[in-house]
Design a protein around this ligand. Sequence first.
Ligand SMILES: [Zn+2]
Length: 103
Amino acid sequence: MKTPCVAKCKNHEGICSGCFRTMTEITGWRLMNDEKQTKTIDEIKGKRSTHTCSSCGKPAYCDISAGKSSCWCFELAKRDTSGIESPDCLCRECLTKLPLREV
Ligand SMILES: [Zn+2]
């Protein structure tokens, strides 16, 4: 089975700080077919992208931009994006690193 897991999985407020899969993707991984796994890995690695991350400039993938009604980032605990001016989403790596939004 394909997996992007790098054997240092750690739940970082809704996303793994090792392989950058959301908790839903990790728990549902074994139930995904090969095609879906490949797609998800490509989205994480930036092989499939909808735009570039406004923070690091690497390819990023937004499900909304791709025409879906929800995005992987909705599952995460809300990050503090107040310092980011661009309306574009960040890549998984940059979003994971942001501090949580204060409530
Ligand atoms: Zn980035």
